[in-house]
Design a protein around this ligand. Sequence first.
Ligand SMILES: [Zn+2]
Length: 238
Amino acid sequence: MKKKLILLENLQALDSAIDGKRASQNTLRAENSEREQEVSSLRQALEADIAQQAGLERQKAELEVSLDAELENIKRSESHVKEIRTNKEFQAVGREISTARKQVSELEEQILALTSRIEEFQVSLDARRSELNAIEEQNSNAISEKEAVIAVFQGEIDSASNNREEIIKQLPANLVRRYHQLRDQRRGQALAEVQGGSCLGCNMHLPPQLYNTLFRGDDMIFCPHCQRILILKQEQAQ
Ligand SMILES: [Zn+2]
C-alpha cells in the first residue's frame, strides 16, 4: 500500500508540474497573440492611409488631365484668332480664351494645394512606416524569445509525461481511473495531505478511527468529505 501511495504522490507531483507549465505556455501564447494583433492593427491603419494617399494621387492625375485639356483649348482658340473676320467672332473667341484661362488658373491652384497635401501626408506615412517596422522587429524578437521558453516548457512536459506513463503502468487500472476522476472533480488535486488530524484538501477534521488506519498505512484511505486520497507524510507517521 505504501508503494502505491508513493507512486500516486509522484504522479500527482508530475501532473501538477505539467499543469503549471501548460498554464505558463498558455499565458505566453496569449501575450504573443496580443503583440501580433497590436502590430496587425497598426499595419491595417497604415495600409488604409496608404490607400488614401493613392486616392489623392489619382485625384491629382485627373486634375492634370483637365489642365492639359484646357491648355489645348486655349491653343486652339488662339490659332483661330487669325481666321476671324468679324468683331462679334473676335469677342466670342476672346471670351472662350478668358474662360479657359480662368479654368487653368483654378486647376493649377487645386493641383498645387493637392501636391503639398500629398507631400505632407507622405512625410507622415514614411515616419509611421519606419516606426511600425521598428515595433515589428521588437515584437518579433520578443515573440521568438517567448516561443523559445514555450519550447523549453514543452520539452519538460514531454519528459514528465513519459515519467507519468511509467508510473501509471505500475498502478492498478481502477486506481488510476479513480485518480483521474478526482483530478477532474477537485481542480487537479487528487491527493491530500493529512495534518493535525485534518484533510488539507478540504480542511475538514477526520474521524479518529480513520486517522488511526491511515497511520498504520495498510489501506488506501479516502477523505470522507472531499473523497481525495489521503497521505500522511513519512516523518509524521514515524
Ligand atoms: Zn478532504
